[in-house]
Design a protein around this ligand. Structure first.
Ligand SMILES: Cc1cc2nc3c(=O)[nH]c(=O)nc-3n(C[C@H](O)[C@H](O)[C@H](O)COP(=O)(O)OP(=O)(O)OC[C@H]3O[C@@H](n4cnc5c(N)ncnc54)[C@H](O)[C@@H]3O)c2cc1C
Ligand code: FES
Length: 258
């Protein structure tokens, strides 16, 4: 789908836990071919500190209802304002942006790894992958039990595996401590989004297991269209903008992986 700038109507804003909100949006134009991993840039109105658009992964797409959802974790002014948005209000959104994850092949076995709000792009990825006959496993990491959200929704598309830093749900530890990331599982591909240290650890494991791995980077953005260079990441081919040349990168192309 070509990049659009338009006002989207809020269909629902659901509070999922203490700091996460699921916002469902409906455009007036037809949604088509949105790639899992692509993102949107949202103008947050009426705030002196949020004149720059804020980026959010496309969490899931419903082509039948012509809606898509974003998952918002409240961390500052922009996300707090978004968390208060109500049904029938509109949001000025640029979408879809970025490259998205590579499509796995039918019959492959993949592991989607999400940490914190990095689980956001994985719902769409899980749905699309299952639709084309891929065996999907989903590994979700969070600090504590109350930080785990949408577990039942993920389980529609594959087996869900959980970790918590404090041991209150699932395996006690980080995602890389889970047995599902050991050599006996033999995944064809890992797809990962989450805090940088988690993505580094997953990338290191992927290298050790010789498993293909893509990560979706969430570098801070300002302009969102390749001009300010504040989102660059170092790659084998020099600096690349996460906003226009990402956010998804193969770990073999990233300098932090060498
Ligand atoms: C490609 C991409 C996809 C993203 N997807 C999602 C998503 O699906 N759901 C979601 O909730 N958030 C997502 N984010 C992060 C989100 O854009 C920021 O949390 C948001 O812009 C913060 O805006 P704010 O005005 O609330 O906070 P600010 O007032 O701008 O910042 C508040 C605090 O959050 C920190 N912060 C801001 N942006 C980031 C960032 N990118 N990474 C780490 N810390 C940050 C700031 O340093 C500051 O400490 C994504 C970011 C990118 C680049
Ligand atoms: S955010 Fe400005 S270049 Fe990427």
């Amino acid at each position: 789908m070509k990049k659009q700038v338009c006002d989207l109507t809020v269909i629902n804003n659901t509070r999922l836990n203490h700091d996460n909100y699921l916002i469902e949006l409906k455009p007036s134009i037809k949604l088509e071919n949105i790639q899992p991993g692509q993102f949107v840039n949202i103008q947050v109105k009426d705030s002196p500190t949020t004149f720059l658009r804020r980026p959010f992964s496309i969490h899931d797409v419903n082509y039948y209802n012509n809606t898509f959802a974003i998952l918002v974790k409240t961390v500052g002014d922009g996300t707090f304002k978004l968390s208060k948005i109500e049904k029938n209000e509109t949001l000025d959104v640029v979408f879809p942006l970025g490259n998205g994850f590579s499509e796995p092949s039918k019959g492959e076995k993949i592991l989607l790894i999400g940490g914190g709000v990095g689980i956001a792009p994985m719902m769409h990825m899980a749905r699309e992958s299952k639709n084309i006959g891929v065996e999907v496993h989903i590994l979700l990491g969070a600090r504590s039990e109350s930080d785990h959200i949408l577990v039942n929704e993920f389980s529609q598309f594959g087996q869900v595996h959980l970790t918590t830093d404090d041991g209150t749900l699932g395996i006690h530890g980080f995602v890389t401590d889970h047995d599902i990331m050991s050599s006996k599982w033999k995944f064809d591909r890992f797809y990962c989004c989450g805090p940088d240290p988690m993505m580094h650890a997953v990338a290191k494991r992927a290298k050790a297991l010789k498993t293909e791995c893509e990560v979706s980077l969430e570098n801070m953005m300002a302009c969102g269209f390749g001009v300010c260079l504040c989102c660059v990441t170092k790659t084998n081919e020099g600096n690349k903008c996460v906003c226009t040349e990402g956010p998804v990168f193969n770990i073999n192309d990233l300098e932090w992986q060498i």
